[in-house]
Design a protein around this ligand. Structure first.
Ligand code: FES
Ligand code: FES
Length: 150
């Protein structure tokens, strides 16, 4: 059995989950948190991005055993006390998503960047977001929404 801290709650994972199971599968299949998506499975697209200890991580390649006892936040836990994160507000106002598949990962990656750089420059945003792929090509709206959120 493993105990995880997910979105502020303790969640117990049963023995059917081996320690090397990727965090993404535990979130989706065991905990029903399906916001983070499977894209590439090799850490290259960012669709599965969540926070561990406040840092953006790619949950498709992270064994669940490595997050035991550490706070995990998914897109489902980004809003606090019923209030959307400023990025989520800006995402809605800028009508950012097209198909939506990559968007949870985009927002979680941006949220982690803003913790380090609350007033990011264009270059900061490009540097932080380059590895998050959007096959619909929503990059301009993603960039604008991040700038508007701060
Ligand atoms: S699914 Fe994890 S980086 Fe692509
Ligand atoms: S909105 Fe479709 S992949 Fe990004």
């Amino acid at each position: 059995m493993m105990r995880l801290q997910v979105n502020g709650e303790e969640r117990v994972i049963g023995d059917d989950v081996t320690p090397d199971t990727p965090l993404l599968w535990v979130l989706r299949d065991n905990l029903g948190l399906v916001g983070a998506k499977y894209g590439c499975g090799i850490g290259s697209c960012g669709a599965c991005t969540v926070h561990v200890d406040g840092k953006a991580v790619r949950s498709c390649t992270l064994p669940v055993s490595q997050v035991a006892g550490k706070p995990v936040t998914t897109i489902e836990g980004l809003a606090r006390d019923g209030k959307l994160h400023p990025l989520q507000v800006a995402w809605i106002e800028n009508d950012v998503p097209q198909c939506g598949y990559c968007q949870a990962g985009q927002i979680m990656n941006a949220a982690a960047m803003l913790k380090d750089k609350p007033k990011p420059t264009d270059a900061d945003i490009r540097g932080a977001m380059t590895g998050n792929i959007c096959r619909c090509g929503c990059y301009v709206r993603i960039h604008s929404a991040i700038l508007e959120s701060v």
